[in-house]
Design a protein around this ligand. Sequence first.
Ligand code: GLP
Length: 242
Amino acid sequence: MNIFVFKTSFDASKYAYNLFENALKEGASTFGLATGSTPEELYSILRDSDLDFTQATAVNLDEYFGLPADNDQSYAYFMKKHLFDAKPFAQTFIPDGTATDVEAEINNYNTILDENPVDLQILGIGPNGHIGFNEPGSPFDSKTRLVDLTDETIQANKRFFESEADVPKQAFSMGIGSILNSKQIILMAFGENKAKAVEQTVHGDVTEDVPASVLKNHANTVVLLDEAAASLLDPSDYEVIG
Ligand code: GLP
């Protein structure tokens, strides 16, 4: 795991953009995408770029259970707004939050992932170390499933909803095993509220209690941080860029 620290989240996002550009040049065809505030600047840079994804596939990490794609808090809506409307892909996949046959939806998403191996995966991190919606305790070999969100995650994500009661209690999430199948992973974390999760990920054991810690077992993961997210690390843990 190579860790790079930047002055600002925008500088880190530009670096992530360059990794996208290189991956495309080298023939990457499937991109694993994430939602949340962390990748917003990256998506803005991608929207304004001339990179062409019309031959590429996007597979998203997760979706709230119960939210239709036209709900403005759904991750399908987020992706259209922040990336897909401006930057079309040949195909985009995201779990269907309104699926009534949960098992069929899970099987369907696992088949999509088998047929579209991810070349480059973007990840954010939850304050409790979750990746996608793989909460603490998620098995490292997990595949797509319906997960119960922890109170900590509901608290962290309620800022996007009118009230806490509106935050869905479950979500479909790509599993950790599927995430680890990606050839290259970029984990991004910005802001002081991520510093603890970053510190536990970097300094702690590889443990299911801190889902992101498993990335230390992945051969090609880069971690891009701003100074606040890196504030609990030792300078010897990372390289400063810029
Ligand atoms: C959400 C998403 C994750 C995301 C994380 C951090 O729960 N499921 O994929 O990485 O929270 O979100 P943010 O980037 O808004 O801090």
